[in-house]
Design a binder for this molecule. Sequence first.
Ligand code: TRP
Length: 457
Amino acid sequence: MSNTDKTHAQWSNRFAYILAATGAAVGLGNIWKFPYIMGENGGGAFVLVYLFCIAIVGIPVMIAEVYLGKTGRQSPMRALGQVAAKYAAAPAWKYAGGMGVLAGYLILSFYAVIAGWACAYVIETAQGQFINATPAEVKSSFDSLTSSAPKLIAWTSFMLLVTVAVVAKGLQKGLERCVRYMMPAMFLLLLIIAGYSASYGEFAQTLQFMFAPDFSKLTIDAVLEALGHSFFTLSLASGVMIMYGAYLPNNTSIVKTSMWIALADTMVALIAGIAIFPIVFANGLEPSAGPGLIFQTLPLAFGHMPAGQFIGSLFFIMLVFAAFTSAIALIESSVAWLVEKKGFSRITSAALSGFGLWLLSLLSVFSFTGASWAELHWFESSMNFFEIIDYLTAKIMLPLGGFFIALFVGWCVKKQDLAMELKLSSLMFLICSNLLKFISPLIILIVFLNLIGVLKF
Ligand code: TRP
């Protein structure tokens, strides 16, 4: 193992890094969240805005994060602190990294719960519970899972335990080994399901829905949602790309790998749409069903299709794999931070971090079960803890984190140093550094100010 610092290991090669980072990026965001927010926001036009955000904001911020990690070689807050010190910039920049680790931690607290649903659905589908089920039966089975605290706690604990066990084993023996098998399996399963669904479902209507933009359906809230989601889906501003960048072997190209990761992530989201919507349309289901979309609609369809029990089980296994390779990434920065800061072993750090997450996950668990204490009211509206954490991370912390990271790398890092690392042609470097300096922060700022009501479109 090549090792340039004493605290952390490195990925064994570039391919291992790409798999791990793609594993972090591809997750519930692509298969569970993207289809339902696309459905809620009218399809095509939302997809276009999302692709635009990935290209103009997402990829440059990813490059900036990996650069910071590779330069700082530590967990996000310390890596940023170190880079800031090197360029005599304000030490407070490091809080952009700290906020990322916190955002990742908060995300995992609900992510583990939803991943738990997916585990439960593997079992229920494989047992044939949905064969010939009526819509009411499918809905009642979803409700009986999401309203039962013991079931949710059991599945969430299971997810967190396995996550902790893998991360405790370390970078190469834990995370790397896990993504090496799960990612190819996940891709293969996704392709099988998309092929199946395109041939049995309403493929033409799906293409129309996803790729024929109707801009009259595009609201400013949808634009904000698309921007927030482009951060969420690429796992930006949540610690991990800085952290995984810190484990990057020296001779790896940051720009090329970032492009591959973003491309793979986008393809998976689009293919997931192609796997899900033909079934939704063929069965007259609502594309705008919200977070329950794949859990309430797909089992119904699988229950009435040839080989549906088998394909349905494969679908949920794929979802578990996708979620799991993200969960290990989401916990990694907090574990690395405990190793650095407190000098604990990886096992102790993983266990401690996992226990904290388990406690936090109860907030989301009881939001889903509808416990009255998990529902907070102010003025006319009310939100439960899950909705608050989702809103706080995807719409506030991630865009804000991306904003500061783009500015920090765009303005504080010495141009020659950045150019030497990125190895781009002078035109491409000019584009990249101006995206970081001006364009990405400006887009984020406009959308963000609109959110908090300072600017109103
Ligand atoms: N990208 C993940 C998904 O699409 C979610 C996510 C956000 C994430 N931030 C992260 C995963 C940090 C790993 C690490 O599901």
